[in-house]
Write a protein that binds this ligand. Structure first.
Ligand SMILES: C[S@@+](CC[C@H](N)C(=O)[O-])C[C@H]1O[C@@H](n2cnc3c(N)ncnc32)[C@H](O)[C@@H]1O
Length: 243
């Protein structure tokens, strides 16, 4: 497995153009609304990267803290947050009960979940809300191929997620009112795989996996072959819960 830090060093420059979901304002607004913040809220954006999620909160709450391990990604987050802390999610340098909201989009697939979820619970204030948004497979039918594609596209990925995985981890940790919200995003495979961190050979392997996929996978993912591109309707699941 590649290290997440070096993977994102290679991706930082292209990151904001590496998929449709990355700058999808409807998705970003949904994450903002689900966090139920106000002008007095202290917000933590986990794995903040180039600051696209933090930026939605910045100026609308009391303070936005971004946390990440990649200085190369954060270089592009100028002006998106009030402070940046370099630390892994698994061991955060914050006191217990520090934040009104902890949000994360597309970060926990790189983290050790059995350490990250307790940390999120610990740093949330009682009554605080967490909103965690991640790419998942749809079900048992598409998961093998979906995970094979995800691994080729991102060799630093540690976790391959099913829709209920994060939700169940939050419930197990004792968080309340846990719920999932599904969000489908249609992605150009050519754009998604050209992430700056994988070789052409891997990109071609991914295209070939789509070309040789079976009918069930194509149906679930609403696969469309258009000219030299492939469109895949991917599933993002937003898990929300309260401490
Ligand atoms: C796919 S990007 C997501 C960035 C941002 N959250 C967004 O939605 O655009 C993943 C980010 O997770 C960070 N990351 C990976 N593993 C991490 C860890 N264990 N702790 C903190 N950040 C991590 C990477 O450096 C990268 O910036």
């Amino acid at each position: 497995m590649e290290k997440a830090e070096s993977h994102f060093t290679k991706r930082a420059e292209k990151y904001n153009h590496s998929s449709n979901w990355v700058v999808d304002q409807k998705l970003i607004q949904m994450i903002f609304d689900l966090a139920e913040v106000n002008e007095n809220s202290l917000v933590l954006d986990l794995a903040c990267g180039t600051g696209l999620i933090a930026n939605a909160f910045h100026g609308r709450v009391k303070k936005v803290t971004g946390l990440d391990i990649s200085s190369d990604m954060v270089k592009y987050a100028d002006g998106c947050m009030d402070e940046i802390i370099f630390s892994p999610i698994e061991k955060m340098p914050f006191d217990d009960n520090s934040f009104d909201a902890c949000v994360c989009r597309q970060g926990l697939q790189f983290a050790e979940l059995d350490k990250a979820i307790p940390e999120i619970h610990r740093v949330l204030k009682p009554g605080g809300i967490t909103v965690l948004c991640h790419l998942t497979a749809y079900n048992e039918i598409d998961k093998d191929l979906a995970f094979q594609i995800q691994e080729l596209r991102n060799p630093a990925r540690r976790n391959y997620l099913m829709p209920d995985d994060i939700l169940n981890a939050l419930k197990k940790q004792g968080l309340r009112e846990a719920e999932n919200i599904e969000y489908i995003t249609e992605e150009s495979v050519n754009k998604w795989i050209d992430n700056g961190a994988i070789a052409n050979e891997r990109m071609e392997k991914i295209r070939n996996l789509y070309r040789s996929s079976n009918e069930k996978f194509r149906e679930i993912h609403k696969i469309k072959f258009t000219g030299d591109d492939i469109l895949d309707s991917m599933l993002l699941v937003i898990a929300k819960a309260k401490k």
